[in-house]
Design a protein around this ligand. Structure first.
Ligand code: UD1
Length: 379
């Protein structure tokens, strides 16, 4: 069967690696995959590096949509994806996560009556101010096969009216919800050893003492001066009070907004601090190396919250809610929003706590399971 995978943003390229690997290793006789890159992320260190390092076949098509307002960006993707689907006539279109590339793929395919497979279905933040929440709700309701990484995701879908006991044949009007486990957990297991072998970043940065890994890229943090300043004040305070290094791989959006919005004195303190290490965005093998070696992770990324859990590190979430409620309920992460005092208090309390890490994200074979169901129901 012919499938089209749509990707565009950094985390999707990584998620797609798990499926491409399962196809290559176990389903190459049954599935032929065409990769469409929307071009949402275009800097080499936000896109190209992942294809090379994660051994993903090069994209067959690149729409080069680049940055823009949401409507403009999504519209360009829709137009491009529709033309490719009409030409290639796939039996299914696979979309990942919750970005503008996800919703564009789901809309283009469903309107052409091509079944949509949504990987990472069912997650909800219950905050529709996030573009991602709108993208994922819309995409779930356009999908035929929905693969939820967590039990909570399945519950969320049930609440929105999805039947959990539907029987084949599955269609957009009779969709199927699976609890598949998380393809990112598959990836963390697979690439952990490869990172140990191949990543040279820790040596390059001469990171041999304790450090906190921090990332910030959500638009409500980067595009709001008060929030951005509050987060950076908290990070600086923690590093100074605890005499611990902070390593911050910087998303291009954050870099731009720091130049615009960061208070001059704060910017100077960061630039002058021996404890603050700001580096360009890093590859997946390098972020795994950082996650494994870090003592603590502070982030507004969904992916890093989970990887903190996979690699058994406490985590502060720089948002007012999370889709990964399990890790908060289990005590491994604390939601602090952009509140400096909460961040400082959370650092103190999580540093002292004994944490447990139960199997919340599957058995590391989610991608194989997903391929099996796609072949069974859509070919
Ligand atoms: C997107 C996703 C978000 C995901 C994130 C991962 C949506 C709505 N959001 O957010 O869910 O967590 O990707 O990184 O789809 N930029 C560059 N070079 C690049 C990419 C971006 O300079 O290669 C800059 C541009 O100034 C752009 C800004 O970053 O305007 C934001 O990029 P965009 O793709 O719109 O959203 P992300 O913040 O990356």
């Amino acid at each position: 069967m012919k499938i089209i995978s749509i990707l565009g943003a950094r985390p999707q390229i990584i998620k797609a690696a798990a499926l491409s690997r399962a196809i290559r290793n176990q389903y190459s006789d049954e599935i032929s995959e065409i990769i469409v890159h929307t071009g949402q992320h275009y800097d080499a260190n936000m896109s190209e590096v992942f294809f090379k390092e994660l051994n993903i076949p090069s994209a067959h098509y690149n729409l080069n949509v680049g940055s823009g307002n949401h409507g403009e960006q999504t519209a360009k993707m829709l137009e491009g994806i529709e033309a490719i689907i009409l030409k290639e006539k796939p039996e299914a279109v696979i979309v990942y996560g919750d970005t503008n590339s996800t919703v564009a793929g789901g809309l283009a395919a469903s309107k052409l009556h091509i079944p949509v497979v949504h990987i990472e279905a069912g997650l909800r933040s219950f905050n529709k101010k996030m573009p991602e929440e709108i993208n994922r709700i819309t995409c779930d309701h356009l999908s035929t096969l929905l693969f939820s990484p967590t039990k909570q995701g399945v519950k969320n879908l049930k609440r929105e009216g999805f039947a959990i006991d539907s029987v084949p044949p599955y269609t957009i009007d009779n969709p199927k919800v699976y609890h598949s486990g998380d393809v990112m957990y598959d990836n963390s297991i697979h690439f952990s050893a490869i990172s140990d072998r191949d990543s040279t970043l820790l040596n390059q940065l001469e990171l041999d003492s304790e450090f906190i890994l921090a990332t910030i890229h959500r638009n409500n943090n980067t595009d709001n001066p008060d929030r951005l300043n509050s987060i950076f004040e908290a990070l600086l305070d923690i590093s100074e009070v605890h005499d611990i290094q902070v390593v911050l791989p910087l998303h291009p959006r954050t870099k731009k907004m720091m130049e615009l919005y960061l208070d001059d004195q704060l910017a100077k303190r960061i630039a002058d601090s021996d404890l603050f290490l700001v580096i360009p965005p890093v590859s997946f093998l390098d972020i795994i190396a950082l996650e494994k070696k870090a003592n603590f992770i502070i982030t507004d990324s969904g992916g890093l919250q989970k990887e903190a859990f996979f690699f058994k590190k406490p985590c502060i979430i720089l948002r007012s809610e999370t889709e990964w409620v399990e890790i908060v309920e289990n005590g491994n992460a604390l939601i602090c929003d952009a509140d400096k005092n909460k961040i400082l208090a959370a650092y103190d309390s999580l540093s002292k706590k004994e944490l447990t890490y139960p199997d919340l994200f599957g058995d590391g074979k989610a991608a194989e399971f997903i391929c099996e169901q796609i072949v069974k129901h859509l070919s």
